[in-house]
Design a protein around this ligand. Structure first.
Ligand SMILES: Nc1ncnc2c1ncn2[C@@H]1O[C@H](COP(=O)(O)OP(=O)(O)O)[C@@H](O)[C@H]1O
Ligand SMILES: [Mg+2]
Length: 290
C-alpha cells in the first residue's frame, strides 16, 4: 500500500459557457490508497462525472490536478480504465473481439498471441461471460453487455477502475448480480476503484468510503463516510445489520437533509440538467436483499 496512490489534489473546474464561466467544482481534494473502493454520490448535476473524467484524463482541471503513483495525469491511459453507464461496445465485434481490441492495444509486443487469447478468456470468465464470447452486442442483454464492458476494462489490467453509474441502466435483479460479481472481482484483483452511483444501497454495500458531494455550482466534497463492514459482504445478511442501516441512513440524511435540493420535494429529486441520469434512488431498507 502506498500512502498517496491516487491524489485528487485541490481540483477546481470552470467551464466556459455561452453565458460566461461556470464553476462546476471547487477544491475537490481526496487521497486514495491502493485497492481502495470509493463511491461518489451526490445529486444530479453536482459534478460527479466531471471528477471522474478529470481522473480519467478526459478533462483537464482548471486548477489543481490528479497524481497517480507520483505521475501527473494529463491524458487518458490504459492504467485508468473507464466503464460508462451505457456500454460502449463496438456493435460489429463479438464480446471476445471487443475485449481483444483493448488487450491488443495494451499488451502488443508484451504478450504472445496465445497468452493474449488466454487473457481475454480469463477476463470474460471473471464476469461470467464465457458462454457468450462469440455473440455480438446486439445478441445479448443489457446486463451482459455491461459485463463485457467491465471485462474489457479489467483486461487492460488497470491500476484504477473508473465507473460512471455502471449499473444505472439495469434492472434491480441484474444489478444485484453485477454488484456481487464486482465485489468478488475486487477481492481477487484489488484494483483501486472510483464508482459513481445514485443508489445508496449500492454505495454502502460496495465501498470502503463513500464520498458525498455538495450541490453545485462550485460543488465540493461535503462529507466522507468510512464503511467499516467486514468483507466479504453478504447483501441478505446486511439487510438486517444495524451498522449497515446506520450507514445507509447517514447517506440519506446527507442527501435529503443537508444537501436537499432547493425547492425540491424530497420524494422526487429532480434532474434539472436534462441529462440521462436517474434521480437518486430511495429504496426501502430491506432492498439490499433484492
Ligand atoms: N462541458 C461542459 N460545459 C459546461 N458545463 C458543463 C460541462 N460538463 C458539465 N457541465 C456542468 O457541470 C455540472 C456538473 O456536471 P456533471 O459532472 O455531469 O454532474 P453529475 O455527473 O454529478 O450529474 C453541471 O451543472 C453540468 O451542467
Ligand atoms: Mg454524471
Amino acid at each position: 500500500m502506498t500512502d498517496k496512490h491516487l491524489n485528487i489534489d485541490h481540483v477546481s473546474m470552470v467551464f466556459d459557457t455561452p453565458s460566461g464561466p461556470f464553476t462546476a467544482l471547487e477544491n475537490v481534494d481526496l487521497v486514495m490508497s491502493e485497492g481502495e473502493y470509493v463511491s461518489l454520490i451526490g445529486h444530479s448535476g453536482c459534478g460527479k462525472s466531471t471528477v471522474l473524467n478529470i481522473v480519467a484524463g478526459l478533462l483537464q482541471a482548471s486548477t489543481g490536478g490528479v497524481v497517480l503513483d507520483g505521475t501527473e495525469v494529463d491524458e487518458p491511459g490504459p492504467e485508468r480504465a473507464v466503464v460508462f453507464q451505457h456500454h460502449s461496445l463496438l456493435p460489429w465485434l463479438t464480446a471476445y473481439e471487443n475485449v481483444e481490441l483493448a488487450v491488443k492495444q495494451v499488451f502488443k509486443g508484451k504478450k504472445s498471441k496465445a497468452e493474449m487469447h488466454d487473457w481475454i478468456e480469463h477476463n470474460l470468465k471473471l464476469v461470467h461471460m464465457e458462454h457468450a464470447m462469440d455473440k455480438l452486442p446486439g445478441e445479448i442483454s443489457g446486463g451482459m453487455k455491461q459485463r463485457v464492458g467491465i471485462a474489457r476494462a479489467l483486461a487492460m489490467q488497470p491500476k484504477v477502475l473508473l465507473m460512471d453509474e455502471p449499473f444505472g441502466a439495469l434492472d434491480a435483479l441484474t444489478r444485484a448480480h453485477m454488484q456481487d460479481s464486482l465485489m468478488e472481482i475486487h477481492a481477487e484483483l484489488g484494483n483501486t476503484v472510483i464508482m459513481i452511483t445514485h443508489d445508496v444501497d449500492e454505495a454502502v454495500l460496495l465501498s470502503d468510503r463513500i464520498v458525498m458531494m455538495t450541490n453545485g455550482p462550485a460543488a465540493t466534497i461535503g462529507e466522507i463516510l468510512d464503511i467499516r463492514l467486514e468483507r466479504p459482504r453478504d447483501r441478505v445478511a446486511l439487510a438486517d445489520s444495524p451498522e449497515y442501516n446506520h450507514y445507509r441512513a447517514s447517506v440519506l440524511k446527507f442527501l435529503y437533509e443537508r444537501q436537499r435540493r432547493p425547492g425540491s420535494d424530497d420524494s422526487k429529486p429532480v434532474d434539472e440538467h436534462g441529462s440521462d441520469d436517474k434521480a437518486l434512488k430511495i429504496v426501502s431498507s430491506n432492498s439490499a436483499a433484492a
